[in-house]
Design a protein. Structure first.
Length: 134
């Protein structure tokens, strides 16, 4: 997938990744939000692990009521997509599929629309916040 490789190279050179072994989160703001309608990426790395890697991540959406519904899609481009439709502000725990020992997976995380913080002080258009804990 040369297009995906080029996109990831662009993301890495433009932003600082958030790294929490075995996950690396790319393409998000410094406070871990997908923004401006662009996907974020989660890389689960089991290349150096003697056992398969499995990880739960948290995906938060704090949009105001008039912005819902907002659909989030998590995809590795190979397996079945994980989709969730937010109908209210929520922090959702998602178990990502297990990555076999010696392999890695790249997941894109994208929302179908963006929203602004209710305070109006932040000009960014946000999607979901990706974290490893609440």
């Amino acid at each position: 997938h040369p297009e995906l490789r080029n996109k990831l190279t662009e993301i890495v050179t433009q932003s600082f990744p958030i790294q929490v072994n075995p996950a690396t989160i790319l393409g998000v703001t410094t406070d871990a939000w997908t923004s401006e309608g662009q996907p974020g990426y989660v890389i689960l790395d089991a290349t150096q692990s003697p056992k398969p890697v499995k990880m739960d991540l948290w995906f938060a959406c704090w949009a105001k009521e008039s912005d819902f519904p907002i659909r989030m899609t998590i995809s590795d481009g190979v397996g079945q997509d994980i989709q969730y439709t937010y109908s209210e502000p929520l922090q959702l725990r998602v178990a990502l599929p297990e990555v076999p020992s010696g392999e890695s997976r790249i997941y894109s995380v994208k929302t179908d629309k963006t929203w602004r913080l209710p305070s109006g002080d932040d000009p960014r258009r946000l999607g979901v916040q990706i974290t490893t804990s609440i």
